[in-house]
Design a protein around this ligand. Sequence first.
Ligand code: HEC
Length: 211
Amino acid sequence: MHTRYLLSVMTAIVVTGCAGGAATPPSATDAGIAAKAEAMLKASFKARGQAGLDRLDQDETQRVCSALANKPPPREIAEKIERANLAMIKWPADGKLLGDWKNGEKIAQEGRGKQYSDDPAGPVGANCYACHQIAPQEVSYGTIGPSLYRFAKVRGYGPEIQKYAYGKVFNSDAYAACTTMPRFGHNGILTEQQMKDVVALLMDPESPVNK
Ligand code: HEC
């Protein structure tokens, strides 16, 4: 019985996923299935350490992106998501977007921080290297995201690009709706200073990224 229920929910998710590419609004049945799937997730996960069940709560952006089952959103929906997320970015009050690239490198390397088994008082990192090539000295990196090597050397060192880099780290959905890149500022993963430091890693002319 349990298995049959699970299977029917999974089939329904796949079917919903297939229809997701079109810009059709989800039907009442889809909403019912989504609610069941959410309840199932909440029932199967257990809160442990700092990883509470609130991590399963999705905001509006995540809800829309989940409904699309990882397919790129139609243009007008993407624009709406990007506009809404851009408006939610909190820019540094002092107007400075660049910190210390050396600290930025440590933060980009650090994968610990928010897992249930991590010390909540310990270091919180961004794990940028899990998805990006950044400084050429680090030869172990993931390729889910584009290479950021020579980021400012290629794109320029000006205020526009600095702003883009900071905003991207703060809330990646503001520039690419439904991206897999985490929203480091929006979700309180990194502090403002940590974000400035990783932005410096990309933007500082002295950073190995731009050598
Ligand atoms: C889970 C994977 C993942 C992690 C972790 C991640 N990113 Fe990304 N990032 C992506 C993906 C995928 C893209 C391309 C799609 C997009 O623009 O969101 C991207 C795009 C970017 C871009 C835009 C590149 C361009 O050419 O315009 C920047 C800048 C960036 N990431 C910086 C960072 C930094 C800095 C960190 C760490 C603080 C980081 N990312 C962590 C997946 C990730």
